[in-house]
Design a protein around this ligand. Structure first.
Ligand SMILES: Cc1ncc(COP(=O)(O)O)c(C=O)c1O
Length: 417
């Protein structure tokens, strides 16, 4: 079964822009060229379907709709209400949740709303520390989370790179947090949700799963679901889930009203109805057998890529991956992560730096969601690993590497036609 979109080019929107505002149209075309002539290995990115893009560019972009279906602060919301109800219903069905809120503008605002629903300023929260892959919203001093709450960070085992469960339990017993957060921007393994539930119950804490990264794998049946375990699940809709940029929150019915009020009116104003419509499209796509095949292929590709990177000399954190995401230390190839990212960008290979557990140097974070949407498989992952290693060792000339990346991308265009 094909894991790619049934893509068809639809340039009608760009045609209008080319006539009316060629300056901006050229910028958009340049970005499309960039995306289709380089390799996108940023773990948080993907290529949405033309149907998702169509919903984003639809007249619902014009509609103001503060509030919730049936209880809006604006007139003329009867169609918007139907769209939001459909998105909510699809999200609940897809993830087996009693309640879904699909209004969060981003993953960060979903996390903010989850905290607002459950916590008071000053409350203690236990989360994966930022040096080990915690997100900004998990206690960074530069973010509302670190400023308004008392975050305590747990870490990962120095040998295995796996979450240190003993430390989590010890910290929970000692600090009695009001909430425990599991989820990360750079952890390549599945959190043990049953373990976190048990620790939270013992400490009398809420459990918040920030599943921004793996929620698409959950939708496709390729990762365990946090829904049966967490009080609140936060997610983005734009990573493996392949929807529009945005967030969502899932919870049981007992927290539904608190979550809804935490999103609107506490942290947001008007819902972005075009994005909510696009979320509905993505949820609809994610319940198909083709999406399940896609999710499985994303993980198979990541495992293969991790194995070939290890064979090329990269140190792969935790020794591999269960997800779409891999983190590696390129030091054995003679470069640190920051230098490596620059060299690879020059060669047309786009990825991120990340913190490496228990190390000062930066590593590299890669993901297979986008390249898998393009239709690449395990054979291509081997080519990608060889290309990366060649560039970083200085064995492959940057111009030759760029041509190889361009050729591979051309073989698997994200939007054929
Ligand atoms: C674990 C986690 N939480 C929250 C977010 C925030 O999402 P956004 O960038 O949409 O605010 C991210 C984004 O990468 C994430 O990985």
């Amino acid at each position: 079964m094909s894991v790619t979109h049934a893509l068809a080019a639809d340039d009608s929107g760009l045609d209008v822009l080319l006539r009316q505002d060629p300056e901006l149209a050229e910028i958009l075309l340049a970005e499309r060229r960039r995306q289709s002539t380089t390799l996108q290995l940023i773990a948080a990115e993907n290529f949405t379907s033309p149907a998702v893009l169509a919903a984003l560019g639809s007249p619902l972009a014009n509609k103001y709709a503060e509030g919730y279906p049936g209880a809006r602060h604006h007139g003329g919301c009867e169609i918007a209400d139907v769209a939001e109800r459909l998105a909510v219903e699809r999200a609940r069905d897809l993830f087996g949740a009693e309640h879904a809120n699909v209004q969060s503008h981003s993953g960060s605002s979903a996390v903010l709303a989850a905290y607002a629903a459950l916590l008071r300023p000053g409350d203690t929260v236990l989360a994966l520390g930022l040096p080990y892959g915690g997100h900004l919203t998990h206690g960074s001093p530069a973010n509302f989370s670190g400023r308004w709450f008392d975050f305590v960070g747990y870490g990962v085992d120095a040998e295995t790179g796996l979450v240190d469960h003993d430390q989590v339990r010890t910290l929970a017993r000692a600090r009695r947090p009001k909430a425990i957060v599991c989820g990360s921007i750079a952890y390549p393994r599945h959190p043990d949700y049953a373990f976190f539930r048990d620790v939270a119950d013992e400490a009398g804490a809420y459990l918040i799963a920030d599943a921004a990264h793996p929620m698409g794998l959950v939708a496709g049946g390729a990762a365990p679901s946090p829904v049966p375990y967490a009080d609140i699940v936060c997610a983005t809709t734009h990573k493996v889930l392949r929807g529009p940029r945005g967030g969502m929150i899932l919870c049981g019915s007992e927290l539904a009203e608190r979550v809804d009020r935490a999103v609107f009116p506490f942290t947001q104003g008007g819902a972005q109805m075009h994005t909510i419509a696009a979320k509905a499209v993505a949820f609809g796509e994610a319940r198909t057998p083709a999406f399940a095949a896609y999710a499985r292929q994303v993980v198979a590709n990541a495992r293969t890529l991790a194995a070939h990177l290890a064979a090329e000399g990269f140190v792969v954190t935790t020794g591999g991956t269960d997800t779409h995401l891999i983190t590696v230390d390129p030091a054995p190839l003679g470069v640190d992560g920051r230098t490596a990212r620059g060299l690879l960008a020059a060669a047309g290979i786009v990825l991120d730096c990340c913190a490496l557990p228990h190390a000062d140097a930066r590593g590299l974070r890669l993901g297979t969601a986008a390249v898998t949407t393009q239709g690449m498989g395990e054979r291509e992952m081997r080519t990608v690993a060889t290309l990366l290693a060649g560039v970083l060792r200085g064995a492959t000339d940057p111009a030759a590497a760029r041509a190889a990346a361009r050729d591979l991308a051309a073989e698997f265009p994200p939007y054929p036609g």
